[in-house]
Design a protein around this ligand. Structure first.
Ligand code: 5GP
Ligand code: ZN
Length: 119
């Protein structure tokens, strides 16, 4: 597990600029960057600036923010030319689903054929 609180959270540090990442998009609410261990030709991570540990912690007040994360992913997919062939948007929730960084994030994966069901 990497970072279970705001003060010790890898993605808060990337959003704050204290840990480097190849940031491809940012605004007042979200940051998107290359995954350090890509699982596809395109593998981007989209995070909110707000520290929310898991999808289970999302509150009603966060709905617009999570929607903005998803919309940002679709805009990035278009820019990466993966919108038409297709891409996958994934959020792992808790360790049993493979979550290792406890600050919510979408994985945007594309540039290769995706199989289903996932592992
Ligand atoms: P999770 O397993 O929590 O769904 O996804 C965490 C993702 O963060 C993984 O795909 C992992 O490769 C990525 N990651 C872990 N540490 C770093 C880092 O320091 N920099 C970047 N850019 N990505 C990271
Ligand atoms: Zn955080």
């Amino acid at each position: 597990m990497v970072g279970s609180s705001m003060n010790d959270c890898l993605f808060c540090k990337i959003a704050g600029g204290t840990i480097p990442a190849n940031i491809i998009y940012q605004d007042d609410h979200v940051v998107a960057f290359d995954d350090i261990n890509p699982q596809a030709p395109h593998h981007k991570i989209i995070i909110p600036r707000k520290h929310i540990p898991t999808l289970n912690d999302v509150q009603a007040e966060d709905e617009t923010l999570v929607g903005h994360m998803a919309h940002t992913a679709s805009i990035l997919a278009r820019q990466l030319n993966i919108a038409e062939p297709g891409y996958r948007l994934v959020m792992n929730c808790n360790a049993g689903a493979g979550q290792t960084v406890f600050h919510i994030h979408f994985h945007l994966l594309g540039g290769r054929r995706m199989s289903w069901p996932p592992g």
